[in-house]
Design a protein around this ligand. Structure first.
Ligand SMILES: Nc1ncnc2c1ncn2[C@@H]1O[C@H](COP(=O)(O)OP(=O)(O)OP(=O)(O)O)[C@@H](O)[C@H]1O
Length: 298
């Protein structure tokens, strides 16, 4: 078996009385496109900071490509590129200067060929000479991505990289990250856009209050937790509810079922009972529902 890209074992982290990570175990294989999801405050950034060696866990072990992030910090860090959530830059440097300085941190000189390639792929070539303070938020975010890649790390962690990024840029960014993944990079992504995670990630972990509450392939999560649904708008809501439907906030009634063949039966029962069907809509299982269900259940 090959070495995992990321290994997290029994990691805990407390901030005073607050438990940010309550014993997390996780292995991410090389080449995975992995999603780390959870509501605000679940511990995602703390886990990423611990992987990057910015936060010391109270106990447990974290490794990047087999390198312990504490005892073998330099090698661990060399194998990891982190795109942080916050936009913090020295405003007086140009984009290229910033990327050269970042290369220097990793002892890499004459890195301009790679810097040019990364800038081109992020559609930033025309901004290479621009001062950071003159860039828009979306451009700054792309510079953060470039910064994480200057040392060509095999493992790339993106902490909400698309927050505040417009749709077009977001798609461009994902295309680039997908290419990186296709080239063999391991990608770990946190996002609050669940439909992004659903389309991009092969496997997903869900964190809640510092604990993993789900860890599975995206397909399995969708199959296991989410159901198809039929939503109906009827004249006699009470009739539909009596048939086992669930009231929705918008006045519609919702039925869950496992396969589409059951839809006909539900519709037939509604007709026989005289519910008076006005409108109907079918819902596919989606990660949002899995997420909501899991966050309420555990
Ligand atoms: N330096 C710190 N000092 C004290 N508490 C902290 C610190 N950093 C994080 N926390 C707390 O730890 C918990 C986990 O925070 P974390 O930032 O890891 O969550 P998150 O899942 O990344 O949330 P978000 O989705 O909002 O980014 C939160 O309750 C947060 O307030």
């Amino acid at each position: 078996m090959t070495m995992p890209a990321i290994r997290v074992r029994a990691v805990t982290k407390n901030y005073g009385a607050l438990t940010a990570l309550a014993g997390v175990d996780l292995e991410i294989e090389q080449g995975e496109f992995f999603g780390l999801l959870g509501p605000n405050g679940a511990g995602k950034t703390t886990l990423i900071s611990a992987l990057a060696g910015l936060v010391r866990p109270d106990s447990g072990v974290l490794e990047i490509m087999g390198h312990d992030v504490v005892s073998d910090y330099r090698e661990a860090r060399r194998n990891l590129g982190v795109v942080p959530q916050e936009l913090v830059f020295d405003p007086f440097f140009s984009v290229r200067e910033l990327l050269r300085i970042q290369s220097g941190y990793f002892g890499i000189r004459n890195n301009d060929d790679w810097i040019d390639e990364v800038l081109a792929r992020l559609d930033l070539s025309h901004k290479a000479g621009a001062n950071m303070r003159t860039l828009s938020g979306g451009m700054k975010r792309r510079v953060l991505v470039a910064q994480a890649l200057v040392h060509r790390p095999p493992v790339i962690v993106l902490d909400e990289p698309t927050a505040g990024v417009d749709v077009e840029l977001r798609q461009g960014l994902w295309q680039f990250v997908r290419e990186l993944n296709r080239d063999g990079h391991t990608i770990v992504l946190t996002t609050h856009y669940l439909e992004e995670a659903e389309t991009l990630c092969g496997r997903i972990a869900m964190l809640k209050a510092g604990k993993l509450v789900a860890l599975d392939t995206t397909d399995n999560l969708l199959r296991r937790f989410a159901t198809h649904s039929l939503r109906v708008n009827v004249e006699h809501t009470e009739v539909a509810l009596a048939l086992g439907g669930r009231a929705n906030d918008d006045g519609w009634v919702e039925f869950d079922f496992d396969s589409y063949t059951e839809v006909e039966a539900v519709l037939a029962r509604l007709r026989e009972a005289g519910a008076g069907l006005r409108e109907m809509a079918l819902g596919e299982p989606d990660l949002e529902r899995v997420f909501v269900e899991l966050m309420h259940r555990v």
